[in-house]
Each structure stands twice: as structure tokens, then as C-alpha cells.
Design a protein. Structure first.
Length: 354
């Protein structure tokens, strides 16, 4: 949401307190600061507890600040609870990244539910693609107006890539931070955190990575998620492997740098499914279904699930076949060209008179 916050709208940024140190680092790169920190996060927190605390916290902020508009992004529990707070408070609500669907409440869980709830409440529905917009238009009873704008996440990632390119000091700092990357080997960047993969799914992902790590021409860089359900199986299965670099969570600039250094990416992240294709990085999506079929349709992203054999069969050809890799590694922009924030702000200033 940082590109929207910088685009001629007076904003009050509200945070839940999740990963606060990383959040501050990201916001500083965009020249923004958190105005209200709800500090609702706690260790081993249930979704019901988080939902209740965010709902109450955002309701209090709305009552205190009387905003002309509440804007939420994506499919997080924070977005869903904040949207519900706006609804209960009678506030106008805008949803950025609306309309994405798998039509399966279990995949991704609970994100598919969260997104549908916010979409049902929002007055402004900013869809990233025509397909997402068609999903919304086919939904009975929606109260909101649908607009196709692209996703502000593409604005942000392109802005950060440009900042890295324009700053020799930042490039040197990032290169030094990841000096363990061997330029003679092809780097596979891995991220994994989905709740539906906790347990057996993560064990299968780690089994696939163990097989991939046997190759001498590959190195794996894996920023581990702080959640113990995502972190502990990775440490147990992959610690001590010389070609596997298990690192702490990265800030935004670091992740953009790593994506652009990667030969290919293995991820279950929704955002990276959009961002990596913009850089032309082949992306294997470790999920059975995706609410972002546009990326898969381009051929740059591919659904591989969590089966070790399927993952390896997708990765190895992109390592061994240079012609296939060149055909796959194309920059594509199904989620916008980097102007989504300006389109959203123009609509809100015209229609909501912000």
C-alpha cells in the first residue's frame, strides 16, 4: 500500500504489530511511518484471537480518527478484520487486490475466506486483472463498484528495483549481505509459509529441496518464516547442507535483490507469484491451486504442489535446458504496469472526493 500512501492522499497508517522490525525497515524505504501500532500479535496466536483484537483495535481507530475512507489490501486476517471494523462502523471501505479466487475455502486457508468477506463489504473494489473483475461482477449482491487497476504490489516492486539500480551504495550493501551466493552456481530462491502446508506439506517441500540440493550446480537460498510451523521442519531437514543457505527473514529491498539474482524461484507466496514474473524469473508455485491463474497462463509461473517428484521434475529442466529456460524466463506483467496506485488515487479523488 506504500505507493498509494505516497500518491496525494493524507493517510493514517495502522499496523497490527506483526514483524514490526521488518515493517519499519520496509516503510523507511518508502519514506513512511506507522501512525498507530495496535500491538495485537502474540506467540502461537490463534486466528480467532487475532481477528478479535484487530476488529476491536481498528474499530477504536475509526472512532477516534473518523476517516473518509478505510483502505485494506489483499487477503490477510488483518485485512478481513479491518474491513469488518469499517462495516460495523459505517465507514466507506476500499479493497485493493480484490476479486482473486480459487473458489475453494480450504486453499488457500484462510485467505480465500478473508478475500471473499472483504469483497462483500467494500464500496470500492480495485481488481488487479480483468479475470479478477469478472469474478466480482459474477458475484450476486456485491455493494461495491469494480475497477481494474493492476496491483499496487507491482508498483512497489518496480519502484524498489529502480531504487536498487539507482543506488551504488545500496547495491554494494545488498551484495555484501549475500556474499555467500556463489556466482558459479544457479541459485534457487525458496519461500514457504502457507498454513495449509503446515505438517505433511512442509515435510514434502523439504524432501524435494533435499533432492535438489544434491546437485553440485545448484545452491538454495531460503529465507525462513518466523512461524515455528514453517521454520522448524526446514531447520530439521536442511540444516548443515553446504549448498543450502537458511537465512533469517529479509527486508523488502533484500527480497527484491534475491529475486533478481535467482535462476528460478520456488514459492507458495501470492505476492511473489506476481512479482517474479515481472522480472522474468521462472516461478514454481508450491500449491495445488492458485488464485492467480494469470501468471500461470503466461508460462513463467507453474503450479507444482508439494509432491517432491513433481517439484523436481519442474526444476531440473529449467536447470539443464538453456533453450527451455530462455523461452520461460520472460518479463510479463499480467498484474499491471506499475501505475495501479495512481489509478486508484485518481478514482478515489474523483468519486470519494478525498
Amino acid at each position: 500500500m506504500a505507493p498509494c500512501a505516497k500518491a496525494r492522499i493524507a493517510t493514517t497508517l495502522v499496523a497490527t504489530g506483526q514483524h514490526r522490525e521488518l515493517l519499519d525497515q520496509v516503510l523507511s524505504l518508502f519514506g513512511e511511518t506507522v501512525a498507530v501500532d495496535l500491538q495485537v500479535m502474540s506467540e502461537s496466536q490463534s486466528l480467532s484471537n487475532l481477528t478479535a483484537l484487530v476488529l476491536q483495535g481498528v474499530t477504536d481507530v475509526i472512532a477516534r480518527t473518523q476517516p473518509a475512507l478505510v483502505i485494506v489490501h489483499g487477503d490477510t486476517t488483518t485485512a478481513m478484520a479491518a474491513g469488518l471494523a469499517a462495516f460495523y462502523s459505517g465507514a466507506t471501505l476500499a479493497h485493493v487486490e480484490s476479486g482473486l479466487r480459487t473458489f475453494d475455502l480450504d486453499h488457500p486457508w484462510p485467505e480465500e475466506f478473508n478475500r471473499q468477506i472483504v469483497d462483500s463489504l467494500a464500496h470500492y473494489l480495485f481488481a488487479p486483472t480483468e479475470l479478477a473483475a469478472s469474478n466480482l461482477r459474477a458475484t450476486p449482491g456485491l455493494r461495491g463498484q469494480v475497477y481494474v487497476t493492476g496491483n499496487t504490489g507491482i508498483d512497489a516492486v518496480l519502484q524498489m528495483a529502480q531504487r536498487i539500480d539507482d543506488s551504488p551504495e545500496l547495491r554494494r550493501a545488498l551484495a555484501n549481505k549475500f556474499g555467500m551466493i556463489d556466482p558459479r552456481k544457479k541459485m534457487v530462491l525458496v519461500t514457504a509459509h502457507r498454513r495449509e502446508s503446515f505438517g505433511e506439506g512442509f515435510r514434502r517441500i523439504c524432501a524435494a529441496l533435499s533432492l535438489i540440493a544434491r546437485r553440485e550446480d545448484i545452491q538454495i537460498v531460503f529465507p525462513m518464516h518466523p512461524n515455528p510451523n514453517a521454520r522448524e521442519p526446514v531447520l530439521a531437514a536442511l540444516s548443515g547442507r553446504s549448498c543450502v543457505h537458511l537465512i533469517e527473514p529479509t527486508d523488502y529491498a533484500e527480497m527484491v535483490f534475491l529475486m533478481r539474482q535467482a535462476h528460478l524461484i520456488l514459492t507458495d507466496s501470492g505476492g511473489i507469484q506476481e512479482e517474479a514474473p515481472a522480472f522474468g524469473i521462472p516461478t514454481m508455485v508450491m500449491r495445488d491451486v492458485s488464485e492467480r491463474p494469470e501468471a500461470v497462463a503466461t508460462g513463467v509461473a507453474k503450479l507444482v504442489g508439494t509432491d517432491p517428484e513433481t517439484i523436481c521434475n519442474a526444476v531440473y529442466p529449467l536447470i539443464d535446458d538453456e533453450e527451455l529456460y530462455r523461452a520461460t524466463a520472460r518479463s510479463v506483467f499480467p498484474y499491471g504496469d506499475g501505475t495501479a496506485a495512481q489509478k486508484i488515487v485518481d478514482i478515489l479523488q474523483r468519486d470519494a472526493q478525498l
